[in-house]
Design a protein around this ligand. Sequence first.
Ligand code: UFG
Length: 316
Amino acid sequence: MKVLVIGGAGYIGSHVVKALLADHADVTVYDDLSSGHKINLFPAAHFVEGNILDYGQLEKTMRQGFEAVVHLAAKKAVGESMINPELYAENNLLGAVHILNAMAQNNVKALVFSSSAAVYGMPEYLPVDEKHPLNPISFYGFTKQETERLMDWYDRLKGIKYTALRYFNAAGYDASGAIKGRDRHPQNLLPIIKEVVDGKRQYLSVFGNDYETRDGTCIRDYVHVSDLADAHVSAIKRLLAGRPSGIFNLGTSQGVSVKEVIDATERIIGKPLPVRFEEHRLGDPAVLVAASDLAESELGWKPRYTLIDDIIRTEL
Ligand code: UFG
């Protein structure tokens, strides 16, 4: 299996590369190292330093006879996408067009794309399944939805089969410690907690404790990044076996509150975590939990990490 992993030096990308190598795939990483790290590259994978906006280099790289492409090279900061939509339009939308065009030009017929629960917006019912209406409330979520629509047209017109994997809250790190490069400016709960534990931040700001949830804090579906990575390997194999394009949620279907994440962290580190309760963060739904039955039936995917303590342990 010869696979091009675009964004393979990033957080989820590096875990996908590890899972592919463990499956004996021939892997090439294409990454501009803007948020990914050199230390996340595996010597067993080939590496091309390049940006998806550089069509010439991307297309040239694509000439190597890949059977499948994994695209994890989108920008992912929700807040930033609302302040700088130009950056997200260019990188996430134009970047996706480039990848699809380079695939079409070189007859590569299978694409696995990192999508996001952000395509759903505020949940109208729970758990959220793939039939839930798409109503993104961030420009970031909009770019994910548009990329899904674009892939659908390239499927119809160019025969490129795709799988969109809608991640819920990606969390944790490879348990063997093989992946060391951390996000440079973390915005998500677990990496921020890690910085508090490491003394890089004085405290954790908790965005609201008066939501209508069991303890007042927001509930999310934290899914381990190594489980996400396995889903990519299954998704590639499924497409190469001739199955049709598909869109699958990836979550554990278990809701965990911010307070429960804090409690678990305190159990692990054996001392209190400094916390300050603050106002709600704009656009945060009270609860977001996935129905992942489709991923189970179509990809044979079942997350191995089901306990939040185990996920957090790999983060710290
Ligand atoms: N939170 C805090 N303090 C922080 C950071 C987060 O209290 O410093 C809370 C948030 O309010 C939220 C929960 O922790 O209730 C999780 O927040 P994250 O920022 O880690 O994750 P989100 O659920 O906001 O975002 C995730 C993905 C996005 C995706 C979004 C919508 O990271 O890519 O879900 O589906 F867009």
